[in-house]
Ligand binder design. Structure first.
Ligand code: RIB
Ligand code: CA
Length: 338
């Protein structure tokens, strides 16, 4: 089973992990990657994406630059999370790969029309490119199997108390995508925040013999500048990579199809409102419930199963087992010596 996908990214530490996973997983066929401003400015996102493809020893995969900013909002990069370079300071070698001479919307349209079966769009970033595609060429909707997006939340926010970064960064774009009539799968913070690699494993990978393991370990170990407490800085989240894992192993998640809309006004701007009620309320009874999109929402995840899938796909599963055991032995030895 090979699933054709187009990735839309704002590479980004966790976008990098997602690209590495997608390129390496045998059931994923990456037709192309489109870039958008988000975690970092667009030019940096493109350069990071090309370098990550080198790190993955990926075949030639077309990469195109898209929107330099959201539809309405100014660009607001997440350098406090992903660092000034967007890759958490993980220095990947310069690349000879080059972006396509066409823009993201044109590349997505070409790949969707050329492919012999519908393609899964995987949005791991603000959805500006997808909104522009669907507004410019609405007819490509029939060529899209579904949109799997990392974004939103049925609970806690991150960019604000209630809004997740990708949707908050370009809420109009997210609203346009949900309104386009294409089946959507939301891999939001409800699951995104729970899939992490243990700090010991990341540290040992970073200093191990495996070249890719060193890159993955360094990316996992990047520090979030905001927190004051040193121990709080390590997250180890596989982040966007989880959305790709959800495509190849949907059984690792519990989902529900629920009404969703994007709040566009007030402090809640960028929040994904997810209707989890068992019964309709007065809004429905009195005809006040306007258009909501029916979206498959990932609500729970088997984090250990997904972390294992991530590491084994990158050829790091055995290493992680061995390294974790080695870490435990080393720690025990140290305890003995003290
Ligand atoms: O909220 C997390 C999302 O925002 C991830 O996709 C991360 O890469 C940033 O784009
Ligand atoms: Ca991202």
């Amino acid at each position: 089973m090979s699933i054709p996908v187009i990735l839309d990214v704002d590479t980004g530490v966790d976008d990098a992990l997602a690209i590495l996973f997608a390129v390496r997983h045998p059931d994923i066929d990456v037709l192309g990657i489109t870039c958008v401003a988000g975690n970092a400015p667009l030019a940096q996102v493109v350069d990071n994406t090309l370098r990550v493809l080198d790190a993955a020893e990926a075949p030639e995969i077309p990469v195109a630059a898209g929107a330099v900013r959201p539809l309405l909002e100014p660009p607001r990069s997440a350098s406090h999370v992903h660092g000034a370079d967007g890759l958490g300071g993980v220095a990947l070698p310069p690349t000879t790969r080059r972006a396509e001479p066409v823009g993201a919307v044109e590349l997505m349209r070409r790949l969707l029309l050329e492919h012999d079966e519908p393609v899964t769009l995987v949005a791991l970033a603000p959805q500006t490119n997808l909104a522009l595609l669907l507004r410019t060429y609405p007819e490509v909707g029939s060529r899209i199997e579904r949109i799997v997006f990392m974004g939103g939340s049925a609970s806690v926010g991150n960019a604000t108390a209630v809004a997740e970064f990708n949707v908050w960064h370009d809420p109009e774009a997210a609203a346009i995508v949900l309104d386009a009539g294409v089946p959507c799968y939301m891999y939001g913070l409800d699951v995104f925040n729970h899939v992490a690699i243990e700090r010991d494993v990341a540290t040992i990978l970073e200093h191990g013999d495996d070249r890719l393991g060193r890159v993955v370990g360094a990316l996992l170990g990047h520090r979030i500048a905001l927190s004051e407490d040193e121990s709080a800085e390590y997250t180890g989240l596989i982040g966007d990579a989880g959305a790709i894992c959800a495509i190849v192993d949907p059984g690792a998640l519990r989902t529900q199809v629920r009404p969703v809309r994007v709040e566009l006004a007030g402090y809640g701007r960028g929040q994904t409102l997810v209707d989890l009620r068992r019964f309709p309320g007065e809004d429905v009874v009195h005809g006040l419930a306007d258009e909501w999109a029916e979206v498959e929402i990932a609500l729970e995840v088997d984090a250990e199963r997904m972390s294992r899938l991530f590491l084994t796909t990158l050829g790091l599963g055995a290493g992680a087992d061995a390294t974790a055991d080695a870490a435990a032995t080393a720690a025990a030895d140290l305890e003995v010596e003290r």
